[in-house]
Design a protein around this ligand. Structure first.
Ligand SMILES: [Zn+2]
Length: 254
């Protein structure tokens, strides 16, 4: 296949440039790649089915941001530990990045833990629901989030389903119960998930003592009490729903 075949993008607004009297060109449209031919005998446009006779190309994603500072890891672990001591469940933080200053910042979003009754005791459900803040400190961009897990630092089915629609970095700190924390990070972009090797983001996870969170962060945690696991998962409760959108979160306080 000729490497110099022109490629055009079909856009709703623009017309394609006229094709020469005898020519070959590709067109990228909603459902794929088309090969358009015009000869002295015919003019055609045919969708190209894979394998397309071109050199192989691989999907990739390379993070271009620096490692997370140790102080921020201590802040994150301090909050996750304090939240676990409060309700026995998960907690979440939103990660911001300032592209010009090349620095990070945590934002503590409003977050909801469903508490369900089991054997006479209230227990936290295995997920934390939160919304990313709609307003951010000046110059910062939303880069992703971090949340804790009781057990392994492995994205759950719910994590994967949520993150399919949230481009960015998704960090999980596992084994929050044992204190021997584990780490997992994925970067999701355009519907694809790339696992980020730990050494690209951290040197190592700090050990206790961590930085204790301030009251404003702890006050972002809302507990919703349900009478049973079923009601907490929408099978029995009529008032189950995603938490309401909150307009603000609390930035890191240190
Ligand atoms: Zn999770």
């Amino acid at each position: 296949m000729n490497m110099y075949v022109p490629v055009h993008i079909k856009s709703p607004a623009g017309q394609l440039p006229p094709i020469d009297e005898v020519a070959l060109r590709y067109l990228v449209a909603r459902d794929g790649l088309y090969l358009e031919r015009r000869t002295t005998l015919f003019h055609s446009s045919v969708r190209v089915e894979p394998p397309i006779p071109l050199p192989q190309h691989e999907e990739f994603c390379q993070l271009r941001c620096p490692k997370l500072p140790r102080m921020m890891l201590r802040q994150m672990l301090g909050f996750f530990d304090a939240a676990y001591r409060m309700h026995g469940g998960e907690a979440a933080l939103v990660l911001l990045f300032h592209p010009e200053r090349r620095c990070y910042r945590w934002c503590c979003p409003r977050q909801t833990i469903q508490m369900y009754k089991s054997m006479g005791k209230y227990r936290a459900d295995d997920q934390v629901e939160f919304q990313s803040p709609l307003t951010l400190p000046e110059g910062y961009l939303h880069l992703g989030d971090a949340h804790s897990h009781h057990g392994a630092a492995v994205p759950s089915y719910i994590d994967r389903a949520d993150e399919n629609y949230q481009d960015g970095l998704h960090i999980i700190v596992g084994n929050i119960v044992s204190g021997r924390h584990t780490w997992h990070a994925d970067f999701c972009i355009d519907g694809q998930r790339f696992t980020v090797p730990p050494e690209l983001l951290i040197d190592e996870l700090p050990r206790p003592p961590f930085l204790p969170p301030g009251q404003t962060w702890m006050q972002q945690i809302e507990l919703k009490y349900r009478s049973s696991w079923g009601s907490s998962n929408g099978y029995g409760a009529s008032n189950y729903g995603r938490p309401p959108k909150k307009l603000r979160g609390y930035w890191d306080e240190n």
